[in-house]
Write a protein that binds this ligand. Structure first.
Ligand SMILES: CC[C@H](O)CC(=O)C(=O)O
Ligand code: MN
Length: 341
């Protein structure tokens, strides 16, 4: 039976949430979460290393469990939900994409920095050849004006993406900024528009609603906010809010609440909240996945992690430049004055 949905939610806790737990997911955890999400009628569940396929490394964090085993585990327990994977060209390769498709992944989300859509066409093509649904995922969208974002989104559409996402990787957008961008994309593109938010400024829900009002039909959520930084738009809350708005997500609210409480909450060492560090991510416009790396660097060099984040924001550091976190921490330790506000 096909479920009627006005808004299609992709649940990202088993991928974005991997950042929050240092990429330590076990097969048992992924199996339990994916099975419960499937039973709650969640349509898409993303599973991979936090930095996408192939992310397990010293630079990004070594996974406890091979992501292909996690994907297989999720596929094996999902009767209706489709498993999505994220791939950042250069971190993940064609080989991993083929492997993920061969074990049952049905959606490929090809993620690039917002100005670098032109590295995506080969991966989008391959995903299509493999029969996967395709998403162009424009990370750190807050870093460019709307005109540039539209230009890059049009490239993703031209390469064959079925959906183009505005990705607020830093949780830095304000609702009116999201509205302006989604409206512009809606006017310029024929494909679906999606939004992926982070809650560092406590605006993930408001931004998701602004995106929906402006025409987005695909929204990412993470159950119990299990995502990088302060996490993403909280899925079970989004389901409730959509119901109040008279919009169908097709997801069973009680089952979503129950799995959040009984299966996902115990995975978290501490509840996801807006700490001073995650707040600074949003304030300074820094990648949410930099949170734990910066905290570790701050401890190692005995400096304030907020100073590291503010400096990274000033330098407009982007994904793939995680090594800069240590450089900045070392510079602050050596010469605090050089990087002060
Ligand atoms: C490093 C990949 C990143 O976590 C993708 C994503 O979810 C985002 O940019 O917000
Ligand atoms: Mn994210």
């Amino acid at each position: 039976m096909t479920i009627n949905r006005d808004i299609v939610i992709t649940e990202v806790a088993l991928r974005d949430g991997s950042h929050a737990i240092g990429h330590q997911y076990t097969i048992e955890q992924v199996t339990a979460v994916a099975k419960a999400l499937d039973e709650a009628n969640v349509p898409y569940i993303e599973v991979a290393h936090g930095d996408g396929l192939g992310g397990s490394s010293q630079q990004y964090g070594v996974s406890l469990t091979d992501e292909m085993e996690l994907i297989e585990a999720a596929v094996s327990v999902c009767k209706k939900a489709k498993i999505a994977v994220l791939l950042l060209p250069g971190i993940g390769t064609m080989k991993e994409l083929r492997q993920a498709a061969s074990i049952g992944a049905k959606m490929a989300r090809i993620a690039t920095h917002v100005t670098e859509a032109d590295v995506a066409p080969q991966h989008i093509n391959l995903a299509k050849e493999l029969g996967m649904e395709t998403v162009g995922f424009l990370m750190m969208s807050h870093m460019v004006p709307t005109k540039k974002l539209v230009e890059q989104a049009k490239l993703m559409e031209k390469y064959g993406a079925d959906t183009v996402y505005v990705v607020d990787s830093a949780g830095a957008f304000l609702p009116h900024e999201v509205r302006e961008r989604i409206e512009a994309l809606r006017q310029a593109l024929d494909v679906n528009i999606g939004f992926h938010g982070h809650n560092n400024l406590s605006l993930a829900m408001a931004n998701s609603l602004a995106a929906i009002e402006a025409g987005a039909t695909k929204i990412d959520g993470s159950v119990r906010c299990l995502g990088a930084g302060a996490g993403n738009t909280q899925t079970e809350v989004l389901v409730a809010v959509l119901e109040r708005l008279g919009l169908k997500s097709g997801i069973d609210l009680y089952k979503m609440m129950d799995l959040a409480e009984t299966i996902v909450a115990p995975i978290l060492k501490t509840p996801q909240e807006i700490t001073r560090n995650s707040l600074v991510l949003g304030y300074a416009g820094v990648y949410s996945s930099f949170l734990l790396h910066s905290q570790r660097a701050a401890e190692r060099f005995n400096v304030d992690s907020r100073d590291i984040l503010i400096e990274l924001g000033k330098r407009k550091v982007i994904g793939g430049q995680e090594d800069m976190i240590l450089d900045v921490a070392a510079q602050i330790a050596e010469n605090p004055i050089s990087v002060k506000k």
